[in-house]
Design a binder for this molecule. Structure first.
Ligand code: ATP
Ligand code: MG
Length: 457
């Protein structure tokens, strides 16, 4: 099946299976028109929804679009059918970084270059409020130019649901990269947890093995919770110092990314050459020279280039659930369409949406029965054809700048509901609605069919 050529949405020709994780299979694919190589992650929607993650997924998708950085796998497109979600991502040709480590530990300058790229990616995402929460070898890839690319950034809700399922301890293998506070299932700070995982990555790059490895899982947990690890003899003093600060079992005292970036090993590398952006602008010739010596060609883009790759948040977030073909999520809601739910996105704050709904209710002589946690219940005062007409309106925050509002009938006559929705509610919401979710059924069915063919072959 993996080798069967398969066209997805008339846009991608699916190729070989690149790998498989807990929730997903990842395929190599090529754009039929663009000829661009991509990786497509196929997620089983049922699995995600079973764990109550539907709104998280939407959030994740929105978040991933905010993250555009040379060391983060880019998300090009999201598509959904009734049963599957497809993430079309940048393809990392070089595969997993740790395949290199499996052949033996890396030289300190090589490890240093990868580590800088990793921290640049993590810092970039953190400053945009995105935490990875699942940094591990499978998620650290390389492109054809040997540049590091972190994958699955923005998929933290998936990582979370694995944990809630207890999958962390079973299907997804070793917890060796997970911070002590995460294992203890305490509420934790995503940024600090990521820093711990990056510390483990740095150790592995330099040592060629995991710091807390133990055949006995309980023993491994114990060692992680006490940060009990020993650096091999070839680790330099500066690296040891940095590692002890990153692998601090107490998240409150664990080093921050800013501090990591200020430390001399991070800035200067193993050979002691200073390499900062400031330096580059003061004396480009000197910096270029040291870069060549250390093989630091492309890990750190100039500030302007970094800036360019940042798509403004105000555009991005809105990109997502629009009817843009790049984010065709109609299939995601198909079940609900059948249940006659209507959804729209709004760029207004929740308070404005709620007050507008209040006005509409008053005008339509509906009473607002319940108003908790983003759920409003609008009810007619008199019985209709099939009892009291009751409409649920639920407001979800996708990002602070974007809300998703779901309107559905919870009681009463369907025709009556549809009429009031179409003739009264929709027009009255007009100026706060950004986009109504369309039901592009044909595309859906087409994809579903392809899906079935794929699973049958
Ligand atoms: P988990 O389910 O815990 O997230 P995972 O990260 O290993 O585990 P996936 O993200 O589904 O699972 O990825 C499976 C494998 O596919 C990865 O280990 C990697 O080798 C490969 N892969 C993922 N994304 C890409 C990509 N963009 N380019 C190339 N290979 C990729
Ligand atoms: Mg992954």
């Amino acid at each position: 099946m993996e080798n069967t050529s398969n066209i997805l949405m008339q846009k991608y020709e699916l190729g070989r299976l690149l790998g498989q994780g807990t929730f997903a299979k990842v395929y190599y694919a090529r754009g039929t028109i663009t000829n661009q190589s991509v990786a497509i992650k196929v997620i089983d929607k049922d699995k995600v929804i079973k764990t109550g993650q539907a709104d998280h997924i939407i959030r994740e998708i929105s978040v991933m679009r905010l993250v555009k950085h040379p060391n983060v796998i880019e998300l090009f497109e999201v598509m959904a059918t009734k049963s599957k979600i497809y993430f079309v991502m940048e393809y990392a040709k070089g595969g997993e970084l740790f395949k290199k480590v499996a052949k033996g530990k890396l030289k300190e300058d090589v490890a240093h270059r990868y580590f800088r790229q990793l921290m640049n990616a993590v810092d970039f995402c953190h400053t945009r409020g995105v935490y990875h929460r699942d940094i591990k070898p499978e998620n650290i890839l390389l492109d054809e130019n040997d540049n590091l690319k972190v994958s699955d950034f923005g998929l933290s809700a998936l990582a979370e649901s694995k944990r809630q399922d207890g999958l962390l301890h079973t299907t997804c293998g070793t917890p060796a990269y997970v911070a002590p506070e995460v294992i203890k299932r305490k509420g934790y700070d995503g940024a600090k947890a990521d820093i711990w995982s990056c510390g483990v990555v740095l150790f592995v790059l330099l040592a060629g093995y995991i710091p807390f490895q133990d055949p006995n899982l309980m023993e491994m947990y114990r060692r992680i919770s006490k940060a009990e690890f020993r650096c091999p003899s070839w680790f330099s003093k500066r690296v040891r110092r940095l590692l002890s600060k990153m692998l601090d079992p107490n998240p409150d005292t664990r080093i921050s990314i800013d501090k990591i970036m200020q430390c001399s090993w991070f800035r200067k590398g193993p050979n002691g050459e200073q390499k900062t952006r400031e330096n580059r602008s003061i004396s480009p010739l000197v910096t270029n020279h040291s870069e060549q010596q250390c093989g630091y060609e492309s890990d750190d883009l100039p500030a302007e280039a970094r800036q360019e790759s940042v798509v403004p948040a105000s555009i991005n977030a809105f990109d997502i659930i629009s009817l843009s073909p790049r984010f065709n999520l109609c299939g995601f809601f198909e079940d609900n369409i059948q249940k006659r739910e209507a959804r729209f996105t709004s760029r207004q704050p929740a308070s404005v949406i709620i007050s507008r709904l209040g006005e509409i209710a008053k005008w339509l002589k509906l009473k607002i029965k319940k108003s908790t946690a983003g759920l409003l219940k609008l009810e007619s005062l008199q019985d209709g054809r099939k009892g009291v007409l009751s409409i649920d309106v639920e407001i979800f925050e996708v990002t602070p700048l974007l809300h998703l509002v779901e309107v559905k009938k919870s009681n009463g006559d369907t025709l009556e509901y549809e009429k009031i929705l179409k003739e009264d509610i929709r027009p009255a919401l007009k100026d706060i609605v950004w986009v109504w979710q369309g039901d592009q059924q044909e595309q859906l069915q087409q994809l579903e069919q392809q899906q079935q063919q794929q699973s049958e072959s």
